[in-house]
Every structure is written in structure tokens, then in C-alpha cells.
Design a protein around this ligand. Structure first.
Ligand code: SER
Length: 314
């Protein structure tokens, strides 16, 4: 029977994915872990865990008889640039520990997220193919590309069942991201809901691939429940849903908050955004395991603004 450990469960993705995994497998069959306690709520099935501590990880896995790990802990693109060696250490060594535990037979299945950050300035920006020039130039991107290759290596050499998606920017309203280049597209909603001016750290016309959190969670669950024979890409799948610029999302948000204003003050994150794809080609994910997004920009903005206004009325 499946028993799941989520590493990095308090993060933007982890908090929503943990809730969905508990719905699917049962509360008691999903252990949440993070390096910090979540002050928001008490959770009986929570373990404090530093993802770089292999012994502590091993102890939880054996104590809880874990079969599947969702390893989400990472330092994101913008934050990684302020301490590159720390980002490398956390992002890389934690993954290698999880892969080793699978090779040694302690766990059966791994999910590990990659990112559009694996691409770099030489990569074709429009309809970026699954296989193309990579050359990332952030430490986050370098660690994700190296991680993808390690996943593929452990699969090919040792038969480890590790699966991965190259997420675009993930947008939700339940938990905030931290330290990413796509975070502006989450922050904008909270400023709009509070009727505050929004100073965007990317330029008005900076286009990036993005995805609504519900789609990201569903993509993850669909990938993880697919027949292993269908998973033909064992480094990481491109997955797309929508692409937009700050001015595109502003235009949609302002429909629900007519007084809301925006200004643009690009900082160091602009160069990171400029090095990434604008639109990804995710044909292999669609063909191999049937990926299809449900949300475009309009539908996502409508949903998030609706949810935030419901929350404000409570
Ligand atoms: N959302 C991430 C970031 O901006 C990309 O994977 O760093």
C-alpha cells in the first residue's frame, strides 16, 4: 500500500499537493515534512526534516514505511543567485539522497520537480522543444538540469522509478511562493485584492510560460499514476498551459479590480526571465500520458479573483 512522504510540504506547491495526496491516499498515509514548522495549523502527520540530512530522511522512511517520495524542497531561481553554493548543496544533495534510498530499495517511487529554468539564453524561446539547447545560466537552472540527468541516470542504470515535470511559473492563491522569478504573477493578485498599487519587478512585455496550481497538481498526480511503460521521458517532461506578460495579466486582473494600478521597475530578475522560454512545446507529455491543461489566463484570473473576494468577505 502506498505511503507518501512530501519533502518541502510547507512551500507553495507542497502545501496544495500534500492536501490533494491526502485526499487521494488518506490522511494517515501522507507524511508532510519541512525544515520549518508551519505555524498556520497543527498537523499530526508532520515531521521536521532538513532535506540534506540523509540519516534523518532514512529514519523517517523506515519508521513510517514510506513507499513514495515527493521531493519538492529547493531554493528557487532569484534566491539561488544570492547564495549559489547553498542553493547547489540543497538542490543537488537532497535529490541524490532520495535517489540513493530508492536504489538501495528503501522506497519505490519518486516525484521530483524540474523547471523551465533548465533552459538558457541560447534556447529557442517560442515552442521550446522537449529536447533542445539548454545552457541554463542560473544556479537554480544548473541544479535542475543536473538533477534531471541524475534522475534519468538512476532510472536507466538502476531501474529507479523517478518521474519529473518541468513546471512553468506556478500560480495559486492559497500559499505564496518565495524567491522565484515568476512570483510577480502571484503577488499581483494579493495587491489587487487589497487595492494596493503593484510595482512589477519584470517589464511589461516579458512573456513567460505559466500554469494555474490546480493544473499543476493534476499534472503531477496524472504523471505519478500513469503506467510506467507510458513514461518515455525520464529526465523531465515539458508541460505547458498558458503564456503571458505582466501587461496581459494586469489587463485581466483590472477587470475585477477597476481601481487597481501597476508600474514596472525591472530588477536583476529581468535577466533571468529573458533567459527562459516564452512558450514551451509539451507534445511528448500530451502524447505519452495525456496531459491537457484546464485553465487559460482568463479562466485562472476569474477563479483567483473570485476566491480572494470570497475570502475577504469572511
Ligand atoms: N517559478 C520558478 C522560479 O521563478 C521557476 O521554476 O524560480
Amino acid at each position: 500500500m502506498t505511503k507518501v512522504l512530501v519533502i518541502g510540504a510547507n512551500g507553495q506547491l507542497g502545501s496544495e499537493l500534500t492536501a490533494e495526496l491526502r485526499r487521494l491516499h488518506g490522511e494517515d498515509r501522507v507524511i508532510a515534512s519541512d525544515v520549518r514548522k508551519n505555524n498556520g495549523h497543527s498537523d499530526q502527520r508532520f515531521e521536521l526534516l532538513d532535506a540534506t540530512d540523509k540519516k534523518a530522511l532514512f529514519d523517517i522512511i523506515t519508521k513510517e514505511q514510506i513507499t513514495d517520495i515527493y521531493h519538492l524542497a529547493a531554493i528557487l531561481s532569484a534566491k539561488g543567485e544570492s547564495d549559489p553554493l547553498f542553493a547547489w548543496d540543497l538542490n543537488m544533495n537532497s535529490l541524490l539522497h532520495v535517489l540513493e534510498l530508492a536504489r538501495e530499495g528503501h522506497i519505490q517511487k519518486i516525484y521530483w520537480p524540474s523547471s523551465i529554468a533548465v533552459f538558457g539564453p541560447d534556447t529557442p524561446k517560442v515552442n521550446t522543444p522537449q529536447r533542445t539547447i539548454m545552457n541554463p545560466n542560473t544556479v537554480y537552472g544548473i541544479s535542475k538540469l543536473a538533477g534531471e540527468k541524475w534522475c534519468e541516470y538512476y532510472h536507466q542504470k538502476f531501474g529507479v522509478d523517478v518521474r519529473s515535470l518541468r513546471y512553468p511559473g506556478l500560480i495559486g492563491y492559497k500559499a505564496k511562493p518565495g524567491g522565484g522569478t515568476t512570483d510577480y504573477a502571484v503577488d499581483i493578485f494579493f495587491k489587487a485584492a487589497d487595492n494596493q498599487h503593484f510595482k512589477c519587478f519584470l517589464g511589461a512585455h516579458s512573456m513567460l510560460p505559466m500554469m494555474y496550481m490546480d493544473d499543476a497538481i493534476r499534472a503531477t498526480v496524472e504523471l505519478m499514476t500513469a503506467d510506467p511503460d507510458l513514461i518515455l521521458v525520464r529526465n523531465s517532461y515539458n508541460v505547458g498551459a498558458m503564456s503571458f506578460t505582466p501587461s496581459d495579466i494586469y489587463r485581466e486582473v483590472v477587470k475585477f479590480a477597476p481601481e487597481f494600478t501597476i508600474s514596472y521597475a525591472p530588477d536583476f530578475r529581468q535577466a533571468i526571465a529573458d533567459s527562459w522560454p516564452q512558450i514551451v512545446d509539451d507534445a511528448p507529455a500530451r502524447k505519452d500520458w495525456g496531459w491537457k491543461e484546464a485553465y487559460n489566463l482568463e479562466r485562472m484570473v476569474e477563479e483567483i479573483m473570485h476566491q480572494l473576494s470570497k475570502r475577504a468577505k469572511k
